[in-house]
Each structure stands twice: as structure tokens, then as C-alpha cells.
Design a protein around this ligand. Structure first.
Ligand SMILES: [Fe+2]
Ligand SMILES: [Fe+2]
Length: 302
């Protein structure tokens, strides 16, 4: 499913402009450190409390949604719940367009064809967790609220690697707002090694990395794959490049990144699909979703 960047251009474009101009290595390292040492709240918070905080928050980078993040959370969880019964019988190849599949490294194509069905990557336990992470995937956007109060350009939108040229099919990259940001125009002095994997790289500061870090320090029962999906769900230039465009950063991906790519693609379908749907999240359904998610995440250490 494609995202629509034609509507509400100014609001979305401005967010990306500030993002590309200001997400430098210095900025990212400083703020990563800040949120590690400064807690959002003195006490742990539940999923319900966090959803309530985001009830009036609208993401300014998203061309497809003008609803609150709370509604988006419920709709994504519902979209995942409706898909989960069939998830395991999905062919991995069918998650890719033909041209996208053909552009994968041969060894990865072979591996996906041998695995054949998603059931070989997703067990029943992970299926249930997918609904849970759909509910919480964007909770890291509380970075925009007090006391952190980050501007939206620093929290929302697609993510990208710092220290490598910005992929040219990133949103609004053709306007060259990043031209003044040396950390997005040059191969900077980084130790990025081919095939070493994304976990060894520095990504733009935002809600994905923050939420994954929060989940890692909270007492959750989530699998590493679930936390991986949260961490990289906005890395569209890698998991879902526009049709006919090359996949970004593929040469730096490790075996772990390639094995998780089908999960990212599956998840992004639900994330995007839910925005175009009229899925109704009535009170009793909301309660069910929260109760299920709390089995895995009793509280969150923001
Ligand atoms: Fe997100
Ligand atoms: Fe989302």
C-alpha cells in the first residue's frame, strides 16, 4: 500500500524539512543520551495511561492520517488481529512486489523461497504478540509531550541512517533540505561495515528507537523479533521502498535484518491499512486489546 504525499503538503513537508536540516550526529547522540538519563515520569506507566496521554496527539508527518494516535493504535491492533489468523499461511514472496523480490540479494531470495511460508518465521506466540505491538508501536511519540516536549520533526516520520547519504526516494529528498546537513550528504567518518547489521548503526532520533529502548528496559515478555519490529518500523526506505526504487542500506543488513524484513513488511501493511479503514474500536474491544497487551507488557518504564 502506497502512502499519499500529495495532500496537506505544507504541514508534512515542513516536518521533513526540519528533520533533514537538524538530525545531525551531534543532535542524535546528545538526545539519545538525554532520554536514557532523564525519565518521562517518576513512576512506571501502563499502556492505558499512555494511550490516554496521546488521545489528542496528531502526527504531523503522516499524510494519511488526521486522527489521534490513540485511535491509530487501536485501529492498527484491530487490523493486525483481523490478519493474524491467516498470517502464518502467507507466502513470504507475496509480501514483496515481483520487482522488489528480484532486487533482493540472491542468497536472501533463496532463503525466503526455502522458508516459503511466514509460519516458518512467525510462531503462534509471535502472532499474538503482533497484536500487542500493533497497539503500542507508536507510544514513543510521548516524546512530544511534557516534560520532554520534543518538536515533531525530532520524533515522527520515516527513519534513516546518520552518516550515510539520505536515500533519494525518502519523502521530500528531491527538495534537498538535507544539503546543509553534512551527516546526510557524505559518507562520514563512521565504522559502518558491510553486512554487520543495523543494530551497529546510528539512526535518526525518533519514537521507534525510543519505544524499543523503553520496552527493553521494561519487564516485558516480548520476543526480540517484536522489539525489532518496533525499532525499525519507520525504516521505509529499507523495508518498503517505492515501486521500482532500490532498497536503501541493503548492503549493511545482517542475516538478522534480512530474516526480520518479512515481519517489517507485514507490520507496515497493518500500520498503513488501518489508516484507510473504518475499523471501529468500541469500548469492549478496546478493553480486550489492552488486556491482551498487558499480558506481555504489564508496565512501561518511560
Ligand atoms: Fe510509528
Ligand atoms: Fe503507526
Amino acid at each position: 500500500m502506497k502512502r499519499n504525499y500529495d495532500s496537506e503538503k505544507s504541514r508534512v513537508e515542513e516536518t521533513y524539512q526540519h528533520m533533514y536540516e537538524n538530525q545531525t550526529l551531534k543532535y542524535v547522540l546528545h538526545h539519545q543520551n538525554r532520554i536514557k538519563t532523564c525519565r518521562f515520569n517518576d513512576k512506571d506507566m501502563t499502556i492505558r495511561e499512555t494511550l490516554e496521554l496521546l488521545d489528542h496527539f496528531v502526527d504531523e508527518s503522516d499524510p494519511d492520517i488526521s486522527d489521534s494516535q490513540t485511535l491509530h493504535a487501536y485501529q492498527t491492533a484491530l487490523a493486525m488481529r483481523s490478519l493474524v489468523n491467516t498470517t502464518r499461511s502467507i507466502k513470504i514472496r507475496d509480501l514483496f512486489s515481483e520487482s522488489d523480490f528480484q532486487s533482493l540479494p540472491e542468497i536472501v531470495q533463496k532463503e525466503y523461497d526455502e522458508l516459503h511460508l511466514l509460519s516458518n518465521l512467525v510462531d503462534e506466540e509471535l502472532c499474538e504478540q503482533l497484536i500487542c505491538i500493533a497497539l503500542v508501536h507508536d507510544l514513543g511519540k510521548i516524546l512530544c509531550l511534557q516534560p520532554f516536549n520534543y518538536p515533531q520533526w525530532s520524533v515522527v516520520g520515516d527513519t534513516f541512517v546518520i552518516g550515510l547519504p539520505l536515500p533519494l526516494h525518502s519523502p521530500y529528498a528531491d527538495r534537498f533540505y538535507h544539503s546543509t546537513n553534512k551527516d546526510l550528504t557524505n559518507y562520514c567518518d563512521f565504522e559502518y561495515k558491510i553486512g554487520r547489521g543495523f543494530d551497529s548503526m546510528t539512526f535518526s532520533f525518533g519514537h521507534d528507537t525510543y519505544m524499543a529502548d523503553v520496552l527493553e528496559r521494561s519487564d516485558t515478555k516480548l520476543s526480540p523479533e517484536s522489539i525489532y519490529i518496533i525499532r525499525y518500523h519507520s525504516l521505509y526506505c529499507f523495508h518498503s521502498p517505492p515501486d521500482g526504487q532500490p532498497r536503501a542500506y541493503g548492503k549493511y543488513a545482517s542475516k538478522k535484518d534480512w530474516m526480520n524484513l518479512p515481519l517489517l513488511k507485514l507490520f507496515s501493511e497493518c500500520d498503513l491499512y488501518s489508516k484507510k479503514s473504518n475499523l471501529e474500536a468500541h469500548e469492549d474491544i478496546r478493553e480486550e486489546l489492552i488486556a491482551m497487551a498487558e499480558k506481555y507488557i504489564p508496565t512501561l518504564k518511560f
